[in-house]
Design a protein around this ligand. Structure first.
Ligand SMILES: Cc1cc2nc3c(=O)[nH]c(=O)nc-3n(C[C@H](O)[C@H](O)[C@H](O)COP(=O)(O)O)c2cc1C
Length: 347
């Protein structure tokens, strides 16, 4: 296995076994207004949503997690099977390893299942030349999409992680132009990985031609924390210290959902752990919510375990829709929310 494969496996183990989220849940700062007289039957609630042109049974995507090492085939297979049963979307993790010749099957396994929305994944740093590595060519991006039967391509913006990790790709000049090129003829989702997207960045991304923005804000998985643990295990005190300083760096997810709303579909992610969080995300203007860590442990076990975890979330979403008097996702989106606490300070 190459360095990338080892790193991907480290990420899974650290995210399952270590503390990698900030102490505060920013979704708790958002409150929905209770409807005491909903005038609807729970059975008639329609949770379906259209996201990136695809009809989902619930407004939800399991966002990018992994691929590129032997154990990843099982993880992606379990997620794909559960997403296909539930009729929700799925993203795969960075396909860099497979584009460099390793672990294709761990991505191709997604095509064995009928997932209604599949999102391929490459990193913005790989779109430009890094110190000893050439930039990915357009044909490689098309290959990444074909490998998983993708409906869209996520370009992840993970510079927080790149600056904290020892082997990080820290060149970013020229990424914007390349994203603009890649958007020609492809449906692109611009995606953070845990630090959120500001209004000005969202506007620039819109100008580049992206089809949607996945905010992946601060409050859930912190890649700074993940790299802190890797640095600690490697005895790298300097990197450990950077990881610790930037542990809770970023824009809180609910704030980023508000700020990134520049007329494109917004996927709300970063610390989404319950159906109530999903309903709050909709009321803030997101077209759907997404989460990775929520199903990570279950994904190492079985498709049934992933499905069960996700069904808990969807049942809770339905309860929140009932209690806000919302018959549909559109109605949930039009419900008022109150921003309190730390998020209020931000907005
Ligand atoms: C183990 C793990 C690996 C991840 N790998 C990727 C990746 O390869 N590409 C990517 O765009 N995001 C990746 N992410 C980020 C997630 O897609 C998501 O944006 C982020 O974790 C915030 O959501 P969460 O709090 O629900 O985990 C990864 C997340 C986890 C937990």
């Amino acid at each position: 296995m190459t360095g990338i494969g080892n790193r991907k496996e480290d990420h899974i183990n650290i995210c399952i076994n270590e503390s990698i989220t900030p102490g505060h849940c920013y979704w708790d700062d958002v409150k929905l207004v209770h409807e005491a007289l909903p005038e609807l039957d729970m059975d008639e609630i329609d949770t379906s949503a259209r996201v990136l042109g695809k009809k989902l049974r619930y407004p939800f995507i399991v966002t990018a997690i992994t691929g590129g090492f032997p154990g990843a085939e099982r993880i992606n297979g379990n997620i794909a099977e559960a997403c296909s049963r539930l009729g929700i979307g799925m993203g795969v993790g960075s396909q860099r390893a497979s584009l460099e010749g390793e672990g294709r099957r761990s991505f191709e396994v997604v095509k064995d299942h009928d997932v209604p929305l599949v999102i391929a994944n490459v990193g913005a740093p790989q779109l430009i030349a890094q110190r000893r590595k050439p930039a990915f060519e357009d044909s490689m991006l098309d290959d990444a999409m074909e490998m998983v039967g993708a409906d869209a391509l996520a370009i992840h913006l993970n510079f927080l992680q790149e600056v904290v990790q020892p082997e990080g790709d820290t060149r970013s000049a020229g990424c914007y132009e390349r994203i603009r090129d890649v958007c020609r003829g492809r449906k692109v989702v611009a995606k953070e990985t845990g630090a959120g997207i500001s209004r000005s960045t969202a506007e620039r991304l819109k100008g580049a031609g992206v089809a949607a923005i996945d905010v992946a804000g601060m409050g859930g998985t912190s890649f700074s924390a993940v790299e802190l643990h890797r640095a600690r295990d490697a005895g790298d005190r300097g990197r450990e210290s950077i990881g610790s300083s930037f542990f809770d760096w970023g824009i809180p997810s609910p704030v980023s959902v508000l700020w990134a709303n520049v007329g494109l579909p917004v996927i709300a992610s970063g610390g989404v752990r319950t159906g109530l969080h999903v309903a709050k995300a909709l009321s803030l203007g997101a077209c759907c919510a997404g989460a990775a860590n929520l199903v990570l442990e279950e994904a190492t076990q079985s498709a049934d375990a992933v499905e069960e975890r996700l069904m808990q979330v969807m049942s809770e979403l339905k309860a929140a829709m009932m209690l806000t008097g919302s018959k549909s996702v559109e109605q949930t989106s039009s419900r008022r929310s109150v921003i309190t606490g730390k998020c209020k300070e931000w907005v």
